[in-house]
Design a protein around this ligand. Structure first.
Ligand code: FES
Length: 148
């Protein structure tokens, strides 16, 4: 089967869908090739992410990836969330087909963008954001070919 049961589960029943009113940070990224867009909202107390929600206008893998990513960082510290990689998201999903790897990259990028937004608004710096350029990061680095 192309997709694991976990991918199907998170696609059919995505966790943490929606938006957070008065979010402390919002990150939106898009993939230029497939046109999919992902937005992640975070609520922060102290250095902890106490709530996270997402909206994805994209494919099923992007929905599953963002669902799993929100689960992985819920209750974590900002530093822990910044350490999240798209590989961890893929592992958590039990794998993604190669042409869908970029969907997990989108989840990692949207989360980083949301934390960047939070950091900028509060004049905070985080080690994991050093050298981060929100405009740079929006381009897909990992996409080799996409088939529809
Ligand atoms: Fe573009 Fe999945 S995010 S095809």
């Amino acid at each position: 089967m192309l997709y694991t049961e976990k991918v199907m589960d998170h696609f059919m029943n995505p966790r943490n869908v929606g938006e957070i009113e008065n979010a402390d940070g919002v990150g939106e990224v898009g993939n230029v090739k497939c046109g999919d867009i992902m937005r992640i909202y975070i609520k922060v107390e102290g250095d902890q992410i106490v709530d996270v929600k997402f909206k994805t206008f994209g494919c099923g893998s992007a929905i599953a990836a963002s669902s799993v990513a929100t689960e992985l960082i819920m209750g974590k510290t900002i530093d822990e969330a910044l350490a999240l990689t798209n590989k961890q998201v893929i592992d958590e999903l039990g794998g993604l087909p190669p042409v869908k790897v970029h969907c997990s990259v989108l989840a990692e990028q949207a989360l980083k963008a949301a934390i960047y937004d939070y950091a900028t608004k509060n004049a905070l710096t985080f080690k994991g954001l050093e050298g981060y350029d929100p405009d740079e990061d929006h381009h897909d680095h990992d996409v080799v070919d996409i088939e529809f």
